[in-house]
Write a protein that binds this ligand. Structure first.
Ligand code: M6R
Length: 341
């Protein structure tokens, strides 16, 4: 039932404090993470030569958001594959690989074909899905259910944030034997617990984001620039705009801006820049300055209290979001972009 909401997507966006709570339920202990479906395979995963994330659309984007902290906490190289592209190329997969398949439905044809392919090549296959009993859940060697509750809206929203949280927990579990990252792991575990309340806080921007969306109705196109942990946020935000607002939108790596996209910048094309606090903050500040120099029409997403860092307010709109551990920030930052289309 949609209850008081106009459509399922809206309901599912607002369900996220709850869906994230159920995703984490029983899995976070004081200073450790327990994932029943993975525990017998952690040793094999830790010894793998590489971890490959495989998925399509939003599920791929969620994996892309998880990639930096999985690399950081596990020390294992993580590569990314869009399922259809892996199949087109028949890309190499080895017995020493761990292939992690991410799919809300667990039934996406390309993802399942890529799974067959990885199984034939002898990789350890791990599933991350929302659907108990799905083909993906049955055919992988092991895995984790995201427990976000049934997602009815075609545009994936709550599954995206729960997928990121599950992959954060996977990274914590895989990296649990590394002494050097213990303090970092503890910080992330603490912030995971407070994530649902921070998500409730950012959902209050709903009205403000709808106003912003209204102001963009006449425009043809929208760019979204992100980098580091929030490169995925840029891709996923742009995907939501495309499929919900039916408007052209591109997510771009901000580090690539000067290698071509800068030519598009003028006073009319709206550009969202994600510039919340993390190790890339100062680089994003210089991107913002370059865009101001070109008189770009900017909308900057920054951490609460940082509005004064984004440059002349008259030529720029600001979305202030609550801050969490840098690697969990994509869970917060996607929410204004989910509500706006
Ligand atoms: O069920 P899956 O996660 O495997 O679906 C993959 C994509 O088709 C899906 O994520 C799609 O991109 C979203 N519904 C877009 O919002």
């Amino acid at each position: 039932k949609k209850g008081n909401y106009d459509h399922f997507m809206q309901k599912e966006i607002h369900e996220q404090p709850h869906s994230l709570t159920t995703t984490m339920r029983g899995r976070l202990k004081d200073n450790s993470v327990v994932l029943g479906g993975l525990k017998d395979h952690l040793k094999t995963i830790r010894h793998s030569r590489r971890i490959i994330f495989i998925g399509c659309g939003t599920s791929y984007n969620a994996a892309l958001a998880a990639r930096p902290f999985l690399e950081e906490l596990s020390g294992i190289p993580v590569s990314m594959e869009l399922a259809s592209d892996l199949l087109d190329r028949q890309g190499p997969i080895y017995r020493e690989d761990t292939a992690v398949f991410v799919s809300q439905s667990g039934e996406t044809a390309d993802t399942l074909l890529a799974l067959e392919y990885a199984l034939e090549n002898g990789a350890l296959c791990v599933g991350v899905t929302n659907t108990v009993g799905s083909t993906l859940a049955r055919k992988t060697h092991c895995g984790v259910h995201i427990n976000a509750g049934c997602e009815i809206g075609v545009a994936s929203t709550k599954a995206y944030t729960s997928q990121i949280v599950v992959m954060a927990m996977m990274a914590l579990a895989i990296g649990a034997d590394r002494i050097s990252t213990q303090a970092r792991r503890q910080d992330i575990i603490n912030d995971l617990s407070s994530l649902p309340s921070k998500v409730s806080e950012v959902l209050k921007l709903d009205g403000e984001m709808r106003d912003l969306a209204e102001s963009l109705i006449q425009t043809q196109s929208l760019l979204v620039f992100g980098r580091g942990y929030n490169y995925a946020t840029a891709l996923e935000g742009a995907l939501k705009v495309k499929e919900v607002a039916l408007m052209h939108s591109e997510g771009m790596l901000a580090g690539e801006m000067k290698h071509g996209p800068l030519a598009l910048v003028d006073e009319t094309l709206p550009i969202i820049v994600i510039a919340t606090r993390d190790a890339c903050f100062s680089k994003q500040q210089s991107v913002i300055q370059q865009l101001h120099a070109r008189k770009g029409r900017l909308i900057v997403m920054c951490s609460k209290g940082d509005a004064s860092t984004v440059g002349p307010m008259e030529s720029c709109r600001v979305i202030e979001v609550p801050q969490v551990a840098d690697c969990l920030q994509p869970v917060i930052n996607i929410i204004p972009l989910q509500v706006s289309p």
